[in-house]
Design a protein around this ligand. Structure first.
Ligand code: ADP
Ligand code: MG
Length: 611
């Protein structure tokens, strides 16, 4: 047996298998090099999906003849001045892209530094390196890759159709373009223009949103929330779409770590977690998030293609993402639901069908007044088309001829309904909405939103008084988490016990839940613990749980509330209405959305042209 060192040519060819799996990977390496070289515009031309030609031209720093020769040597790089793997600030660093590509194709580099009188070019053919020769080229660099994989026929067989390879190339380029909105990009396939992205002007956020919507569609700009959060040296910014803008796949979710496009399970999971309350599990939001963290907190050297990363503290990163998205969505929740309500009510406006004239009346008179005592709670409700302001009607006076039902049992008594501000429940629609009749109108209650608010207020009251009653679980429930998240929860065990939640460590990366707050009733313990773990990661070590009590109670309330979709009987519905009337802030749920809307009879009558 003889042990021998493999020749460079063979090593490069083997490495090429890892670094350039397909044409798109070569495009990524070359364009990243142009970005690292400070280019302002980068033009990519391909032919046959990159198989016969990939040419990347830039107006960056350029290379001298000597640098050209070094650039194609294995592990030659200008980007690691300190030999410190922990301090990688550029996209490239391994110094293996050019030699790898050169080993499996016919590679031509043409380059001219900004202040140089002329350009030089260097050819590598299947790994055989030529000498630099003078050439004509403006300042910048052009890298031409012809017949990719001709030297490795096995790899050639695995290439998909030119159309598929081209779509991968486009995807790669779009991701890089999102990070660098100030750089102009173009992609041309033979003579066909596939992508043209002019340099986007404005500050980073403006420019980025322009670039994002040029790629993701106009809808995105109109429906995107700005994300801008920072914690413990980790910064997260970008734009996230409202839940109402969604897709059947996660293909329009773009995630970046320190300027690198990544496809990381942890990050996708965090996005899913944040939108869980707002979207069905088979729908996916649109977003582009940019995570920036100190080099020491992330390892980008996991895979040669560099799309995976490893975080020092995954729980912290997840917490930051989930927290920032949830906050943005909670703030937008009201805005979105208001516009939805306006649109829905607006659709009832007379005159929109069959040429009917606009109903006569006072559309422009002041807004309606809400029944006494409800004004404060109902302030989120924007009446879109009302114009009636009359004296409050006496109890039951507007309800002659209505059948009334007992506010507790729901039985029809024949008596006029008592004067409850939120009325008497008449029925439940779609197992989600309670419809109640008031003295002078109707009230529609979102049962989940309302109940969540009530549980939350009950919990805060119990805390102020004698503590939250607990309820033991017959069998302790074990929840698996990542170790950092589990540690964080356990460190707060005593504080949670005060809130009625008794947990303890259960081996590495898990907690056992023994008791839960009694007033939550039957709950999804797994979901609750995961959400609390996210919240802890987001709020960090410094804060006492008490200072974030509102959030913690809110999370618990959400898990302890009647879900939309549960059938309620009359007694339960009326009990909910009565409790809402005596509970402060019950007009909006913990996410700021209204818990009920009220329509006055006067307005309903107007809809039918009776007034
Ligand atoms: P890496 O990017 O990891 O350093 P590469 O093999 O991709 O390794 O490139 C090797 C070197 O060639 C780079 O470090 C850089 O100095 C030089 N280089 C490559 N492409 C360009 C370019 N478009 N403009 C200027 N210099 C370049
Ligand atoms: Mg490189």
């Amino acid at each position: 047996m003889t042990i021998r060192l493999l020749p460079d040519e063979l090593v490069n060819r083997i490495a090429a298998g890892e670094v350039v799996e397909r044409p798109a990977a070569a495009v990524k390496e070359l364009v990243e090099n142009s970005i690292d070289a400070g280019a302002q515009r980068i033009d990519v031309v391909v032919r046959d999906g990159g198989r016969s030609l990939i040419a990347v031209s830039d107006d960056g720093a350029g290379m001298t003849p000597r640098e050209l020769e070094l650039a194609v040597e294995r592990h030659a790089t200008s980007k690691m001045p300190t030999d410190d793997l922990m301090a990688i600030a550029t996209l490239g660093f391994r110094g293996e892209a050019l030699p790898s590509i050169g080993a499996v194709s016919r590679l031509t580099l043409t380059s001219r530094p900004k202040d140089a009188a002329s350009a030089f070019c260097l050819v590598i053919d299947g790994g055989r390196k030529g000498a630099p020769a003078p050439a004509a080229h403006p300042p910048g660099t052009r890298v031409e890759v012809r017949d990719l994989f001709f030297a490795t026929p096995a790899r050639l067989k695995f290439l998909k159709s030119p159309r598929t390879e081209l779509s991968h190339i486009k995807d790669v380029l779009e991701r890089l373009a999102m990070v660098h909105p100030q750089i102009a990009f173009s992609l041309t396939d033979a003579e066909r223009e596939i992508l043209r992205l002019p340099a986007a002007p404005g500050d980073l956020f403006d420019a980025r949103l322009k670039r994002l919507s040029a790629i993701m569609g106009r809808d995105f700009a109109d429906n995107a929330l700005l994300i801008d959060a920072e914690r413990d040296g980790i910064r997260l910014d970008g734009h996230a779409g409202l839940p109402t803008l969604n897709r059947g796949t996660s293909s329009l979710q773009f995630l970046f770590v320190n300027g690198r496009p990544v496809r990381d399970k942890l990050l996708f999971g965090a996005v899913r977690g944040a939108y869980r309350d707002f979207l069905a599990s088979d729908r996916h939001p649109l977003l582009a998030l940019f995570l920036n963290l100190p080099m020491a907190m992330v390892d980008v050297n996991v895979h040669p293609a560099k799309t995976e990363v490893r975080f020092r503290d995954p729980g912290l990163v997840r917490g930051l993402i989930v927290g920032a998205l949830k906050h943005a969505l909670a703030e937008a929740g009201h805005r979105a639901s208001t516009s939805v309500a306006d649109a829905a009510l607006g659709a009832f406006q007379p005159g929109t069908g069959l040429g009917a004239g606009r109903a006569p009346g006072n559309y422009s008179t002041p807004p309606p007044r809400l029944s006494a005592g409800l004004a404060e709670r109902g302030r989120d409700y924007q009446a879109p088309l009302m114009g009636f302001e009359g004296p409050p009607l006496a109890p039951g006076s507007g309800a002659s001829g209505f059948e009334a039902c007992d506010p507790v049992t729901g039985e029809i008594s024949g008596e006029p309904p008592p004067d409850y501000p939120l009325g008497v429940a008449r029925g439940q629609l779609h197992e989600t909405y309670i419809v109640a009749q008031t003295g002078d109108g109707i009230v529609i209650v979102d049962q989940h939103a309302a109940h969540e608010r009530l549980v939350y207020e009950r919990m805060k009251k119990a805390l102020d008084a004698d503590g939250v009653a607990r309820q033991g679980l017959l069998i302790p429930e074990v929840v698996e988490l990542d170790p950092a998240a589990a540690d964080r929860l356990v460190a707060r065990a005593e504080e949670f016990a005060g809130l009625g939640l008794v947990i303890e460590a259960f081996g590495e990366g898990a907690v056992a839940v023994r008791e839960v707050p009694a007033l939550l009733g039957e709950i999804d313990v797994q979901g609750l613990i995961r959400d609390l773990a996210d919240e802890l990661a987001e709020m960090g070590e410094a804060l006492a749980l008490k200072e974030r009590l509102g959030d913690v109670c809110g999370t618990m309330a959400c898990h302890g509330s009647v879900r939309a979709g549960r059938r309620l009987n009359a007694e339960e519905m009326n009990a909910l209405l009565r409790e809402m009337e005596v509970t402060p802030h019950s007009g909006q749920c913990n996410h700021g959305r209204p818990t009920y809307v009220e329509l006055k009879l006067a307005d309903i009558e107007k809809l039918f042209g009776r007034r």
